[in-house]
Design a protein around this ligand. Structure first.
Ligand code: R2B
Ligand code: URA
Length: 333
């Protein structure tokens, strides 16, 4: 079988020669059929869906009967996800500028009230709330949406915020993979009374391409490393400033130092589930986060609202460059 990578950037020295969702590469590394159809659309691994007359994507406020999903979303190539509705609106506005694509900034999911989704040319910007349960609900509905819309080889990127480890506040971290709270590189999902552990991996080639687009003279640094996804903001991230704390400052520092020694660069609250579910769906994915503080120096997020707002734009710039490159190389031929 020949490679079917739809390269966005030409291969440079030292880069992975395939995307993870290249069919032969995926099948070789996973030992099972790639969940993509011949035409590069997503094949869902759920036989029960065929029995549904209408599939209701409840949290997106869409369904397969009353909406022409291929007409609405068939051209989607990139899905960008981030915590807040406002940040996703801002991202859609920013990408509209970068791609010189008019956007009405209409929240497509608005009658569901739970999440917000904006479309700008080939990009969907969707918010996912805080934490893994909130993320998985909308992510799984987005995966079904992309399947029904027959979107081809979609790339999905989380554009988030995090706490850094030993790197300057305001740095950007591109995730190489994700650890859970017990430092395993898996997403733990209890299914019918038993815990399954799904590998939490991101696409190395996509990461290399993204990193190559960060300008040398950027006013912030960009790192690639492991992201720890905690289920909690305070004790779950070894903070000393939560309502409960029965460990010492030395215990905290010992844990954070252990994380650093394992290659962990930042801590947030979604990366394991995001990595595992997108991988299971055969999608190319990564997580690009700005860091709001250096956790080796403290626990509280103290920069002003203006500073945080300007730092939030940094991961947007990185992925904006990538999406622009794709549009220049693939859409304007
Ligand atoms: C980063 O920031 C949020 C918590 O403040 C959470 O969604 C995350 O991953
Ligand atoms: N988000 C997190 O989950 N942790 C931090 O320290 C900062 C943002």
């Amino acid at each position: 079988m020949t490679c079917n990578c739809d390269y966005i950037l030409p291969t440079a020295a030292g880069w992975q020669s395939h995307y993870d969702n290249c069919r032969p590469h995926w099948e070789m590394t996973n030992g099972k059929p790639c969940p993509k159809n011949e035409d590069r659309t997503i094949r869902l691994q759920n036989p029960h869906l065929a029995a549904l007359e209408c599939d209701v994507l409840y949290h997106l406020g869409l369904d397969t009967k009353n909406y022409d999903l291929p007409a609405m979303f068939g051209d989607v190539k990139f899905v960008c996800m981030g915590g807040t509705k406002l940040r996703m609106r801002e991202l859609a506005r920013y990408l509209g500028e970068v791609l010189q694509t008019p956007t009405d900034l209409v929240n497509i999911t608005k009658h569901s009230h739970r999440y917000a989704m904006y479309k700008v040319g080939p990009v969907l910007c969707v918010n996912h709330g805080i934490g893994i349960p909130s993320l998985t609900i909308v992510l799984e509905e987005v995966i079904k949406l992309l399947h029904y819309a027959r979107a081809r080889d979609p790339v999905i990127i989380r554009v988030g915020t995090s706490g850094g480890l030993g790197i300057p506040a305001g740095s950007v971290v591109i995730s190489a993979g994700a650890f859970n709270g017990t430092l395993e590189q898996v997403y733990d999902i209890p299914v019918m009374g038993k815990v399954r552990k799904l590998p939490a991996v991101f696409d190395r080639r996509l990461n290399q391409e993204l990193q190559s687009l960060v300008p040398d003279d950027a006013e912030y640094r960009t790192f690639c490393g492991i992201t720890m996804a905690a289920n909690e903001f305070y004790r779950g991230q070894a903070r000393l400033d939560g309502p409960f704390c029965d460990y010492t400052a030395a215990d905290k520092m010992a844990f954070l130092s252990r994380l650093v020694s394992l290659g962990v660069r930042n801590i947030e609250m979604e990366a394991t589930a995001f990595a595992a579910i997108t991988h299971e769906a055969g999608m190319r994915a990564t997580d690009v986060c700005v860091t709001y503080l250096d956790r080796l120096k403290g626990d509280q997020v103290t920069p002003s609202a203006e500073t945080l707002a300007s730092w939030q734009k940094r991961p947007m710039e990185v992925i904006g460059k990538y999406i622009k490159k794709y549009c220049e190389l693939k859409l304007k031929k």
